[in-house]
Design a protein around this ligand. Sequence first.
Ligand SMILES: *[C@@H]1O[C@H](CO)[C@@H](O)[C@H](O)[C@H]1NC(C)=O
Ligand SMILES: *[C@@H]1O[C@H](CO)[C@@H](O)[C@H](O)[C@H]1NC(C)=O
Ligand SMILES: *[C@@H]1O[C@H](CO)[C@@H](O)[C@H](O)[C@H]1NC(C)=O
Ligand SMILES: *[C@@H]1O[C@H](CO)[C@@H](O)[C@H](O)[C@H]1NC(C)=O
Length: 405
Amino acid sequence: MLFASTLLVFLNALSITAMATGKHDTEPMPPQDDPWYTAPYNYEYKQPGTILRIRAAPGNLSSVMTNATAAFNILYRTTDSRYLPSWAVTTLFIPKHPKDVLLSYQIPYDSVDLTFSPSYQLYQDPPSDISRALGLGWYVNVPDYEGPLGSFTAGVMSGHATLDSIRAVKAAAFGLTANAKYAMWGYSGGALASEWAAELQLQYAPELKLSGAALGGLTPNVTSVMLAVSGKPAAGLVPLAMLGLTSQFPEAERYLLSRLKKQGTFNRDGFLKARNYSSVQAVAAFANQDIADYFIGGFSDITAPPIKSVTTSDGQMGYHGVPQMPLYVYKAVHDEVSPTVDTDTLVSKYCKINVAITYVRNPLGGHFDEWTAGVPGAMDFLQTILTGTHDNTGCKTMEIASSSG
Ligand SMILES: *[C@@H]1O[C@H](CO)[C@@H](O)[C@H](O)[C@H]1NC(C)=O
Ligand SMILES: *[C@@H]1O[C@H](CO)[C@@H](O)[C@H](O)[C@H]1NC(C)=O
Ligand SMILES: *[C@@H]1O[C@H](CO)[C@@H](O)[C@H](O)[C@H]1NC(C)=O
Ligand SMILES: *[C@@H]1O[C@H](CO)[C@@H](O)[C@H](O)[C@H]1NC(C)=O
């Protein structure tokens, strides 16, 4: 295998004896059941981005391996939303015909149940974007950026875990050189991780030189998302966001749980079922419910000080730094999950301080249509920035109609 020698160096350094080279006897296990998903003793003292464990991805990833030769899991040191040491896992795909290019692809897994972490879920439900990127000769990095607590919507955790996954992949290399170009791409929950990574990069990972980031269906303000979807088809995002965000903040979590009604149709047990749902299951289970009904004080419980302090510090984009890379932002004007005005405001704020942004607003479709409708534009941007031909100056906003077909 082409990169076996690089890998062996790491395996030796980590005192791991067995090495799998693509054929696997083991079956993948959900992260919470797989002892591999634990940080080694004293990992806290390692630098963020340090590789803590590495293995060939178990089982058969062939369904997403169309254009890849191998897939690896890397467990690495990162930093959570309270700026305490944490860890996360990424899955790295090696392309068949490798170029010196890395795409960090953040999947919107939107769940607080670790079963739905990409490193495990990729076996069932691989996004076609990955094979397409691999077909272009790009390495593809797919981090479980919500970390070991499934912290959906926790901005700082997600951003740090995304940046540290790139550091870990650069260290593992597998043929990528120090001059490799790299960029990020995410939609919705994936854009949340990518955007926070872009904001935090200068202070947290100043040595990284990202070529750009494609951010679709941005959700700049978690509170505004919760208000927009409650009572609507995507109401299930509210319990997921509340549980995910407060998983990083024990005090806020205690407060949240204490405000859930103990009795009635909409009670604590019903709300907490979200802990074991995928995003699709949560959306189905809570569809059109007014989530305020679960709380003793209604929605004012969600904006009360213990919660507000964490939605403010960890749930609002645009306050943690200035992206140092060109951005491609795409958004359905009629996005029903996150009001477009929030994205307009974020884009204009960054444009005023000289971030280069191409902002494409699509008058057709809503949040879930734009996920696919936006793919060709995002891929075009990524191809130009990763081959060095993007004009990365200035801001432009365009209205371009495209349907998800
Ligand atoms: C792996 O999965 C692919 C596609 O689903 C299948 O064609 C192949 O036979 C599987 N390989 C093994 C060893 O099970
Ligand atoms: C694999 O890459 C080729 C181009 O090299 C592309 O045409 C094909 O669609 C890719 N496969 C998938 C499943 O995306
Ligand atoms: C976020 O949204 C909430 C609810 O609409 C609003 O009260 C708050 O001011 C917003 N935050 C920012 C920074 O715009
Ligand atoms: C549900 O999730 C909780 C933690 O989020 C976990 O402890 C429990 O085992 C899960 N239950 C099932 C049935 O998966």
